[in-house]
Write a protein that binds this ligand. Structure first.
Ligand code: FAD
Length: 445
């Protein structure tokens, strides 16, 4: 008997299609399992068919077929998201963008790319003319630019350029709609926010214009400290040092350094540490700052040396959680805007050993602030919610990584602009169904 999926596959003749169950299972999931809550909710979700279009015209063909048969369509980049962003809750077609990996053009300060371009591969090209992405997640080597826009938010570079959502960090998009007759919509300037970080619920991005940053020779440095709060104060001071060019300021309370197996010889027992990316031309002022805070530099790689091995980037941001979980799979994490060091200190003392603090500094509204991806051993959902509540009651902002609902993770409120755009481009609600609360509420009422 032929199924609807056979029919769809036949209609998409000429486009690469994957139906092998093992591959389908792999391409249905992401890194949702960092959360025990999401693990239970999402592990069995599967798409029915993966398609790999290579051009915008093929994307339009896929869109048209999905609309014709009214089947769900979920876009997937590299599938490295942490909240099940690209996991198809209701099955259907998975549109994998990794074949759409053309760089259209790169000029000083700006580039235009297809969504499936991997970030590290892009930078390799851009650095030939002295430029690079303004910011990138620690999954930089594998993650796609489209996936970062669809589901990511910050990373290395954010200490200078802020978050993806900040005006200017995304310039223009081409988006394919899921109307009866799919079309391409071009968005420029503030209009890109209609689709920025919408988990692929309101249009398939087929091209992006992104701003670039000057590419410095980034040295990679580790500094050890006796006291956690001294390490945190050093992190703030470096972040505030406008005369020292940097790309990453990442602070880890003991025992987190003990989870970094490959770096053990640079991480003294019991010490707290800073993992840094600083322009190698600025090492002298950095060393003076380290001295002022009584730190000890234990690792210092030039940009050239750093480009050969594993970058320390892959111990920071949510890679910290990855390493921690490889030592103890019961560890999970939170994402917190502390805004001030006073709050960091308060939480450090309040939670004691229950929470291991990991800070990433980033620019927020023009100021450098500490954000965190704290680690803790998961016990119950109730305790998790208590920890979140305590943080919120004390003025920190939590971006909850234990939900797959767009609005519940980040901003906590519905985004009327994104909802309005979804009504326009996805009138049948086929795109990544179940992820946008505003849409679910509207259609259930
Ligand atoms: P995917 O996971 O494939 O997709 C993400 C979302 O975007 C999905 O909702 C998908 O539907 C949508 N999407 C993808 N392509 C399109 C398109 N063309 N059109 C419309 N929607 C689309 N994130 C950070 O922000 N900062 C970090 O530092 C960071 N560190 C991480 C570390 C680890 C170890 C892991 C596992 C994850 C980390 N992440 C981080 C999360 C994730 O890796 C990044 O956000 C990454 O940029 C996602 O890219 P991707 O290609 O894997 O996207």
């Amino acid at each position: 008997t032929t199924t609807i999926w056979d029919t769809i596959a036949a209609e998409l003749n000429g486009i690469e299609i994957i139906t092998d169950p093992t591959q389908l299972a792999k391409l249905s999931l992401d890194y949702y399992h960092f959360s025990p809550i999401l693990e239970a909710q999402l592990k069995d979700k599967r798409g029915n068919l993966v398609v790999r279009p290579a051009t915008e015209a093929e994307v339009m063909q896929v869109a048209k077929t999905c609309v014709k048969h009214k089947v769900p369509l979920t876009v997937r980049g590299a599938g490295t998201g942490n909240y099940g962003q690209c996991i198809p809750l209701e099955g259907g077609v998975i549109l994998d963008t990794t074949k759409m990996n053309q760089i259209r053009w790169i000029k000083p300060g700006l580039a235009c790319v297809e969504p499936g371009v991997r970030m590290a591969a892009f930078d390799k090209q851009a650095r030939e003319i002295g430029w690079e992405l303004r910011m990138a997640p620690s999954t930089y080597r594998t993650a796609t630019i489209g996936g970062f826009i669809g589901g990511g938010s910050v990373g290395m570079g954010s200490i200078t350029y802020g978050q993806l959502r900040d005006r200017g960090n995304l310039r223009a998009l081409r988006v394919v709609t899921l109307e009866d007759e799919p079309r391409v919509i071009q968005l420029r300037g503030d209009e890109v926010q209609k689709v920025n970080h919408a988990y692929g619920t309101n249009g398939i991005i087929t091209e992006l214009e992104i701003p670039l940053a000057p590419a410095y020779p980034w040295a990679e440095i580790i500094v050890a400290f006796d006291e956690f709060m001294t390490a945190a104060q050093f992190g703030q001071a470096l972040s505030d040092s406008d005369g020292i060019v940097k790309k990453m300021v990442s602070i880890h309370a003991w025992p987190i350094p003990s989870y970094f197996a490959a770096l053990q010889s640079y991480l003294p027992q019991g010490k707290h540490c800073a993992l840094l990316m600083v322009s190698e031309t600025d090492l002298e002022p950095l060393q003076e700052l380290v001295r002022e805070y009584g730190g000890e530099i234990t690792y210092n790689k030039t940009a050239q040396e750093a480009s050969k091995g594993t970058s320390i980037l892959e111990f920071t941001w949510n890679h910290t959680t990855l390493h921690a979980r490889s030592v103890d799979p019961n560890l999970t994490y939170l994402q917190t805007f502390y805004f001030t060091l006073d709050r960091v200190e308060h939480m450090y003392h309040h939670f004691g050993d229950e929470l291991a603090i990991h800070l990433e500094f980033l620019r927020f509204g023009g100021k450098a602030i500490p954000a965190g991806l704290q680690l803790f051993r998961f016990t119950t959902e109730e305790r998790l919610n208590e920890i979140i509540r305590y943080h919120e009651e004390n003025g920190t902002g939590i971006a909850n990584p234990h939900t797959y609902i767009l609005e519940d993770g980040g901003r906590k409120t519905i985004d009327p602009e994104q909802l309005a755009f979804k009504k326009l481009v996805d009138p049948y609600g086929l795109m990544n169904p179940g992820k946008m609360r505003a849409w679910s509420q509207m259609t259930n009422d």
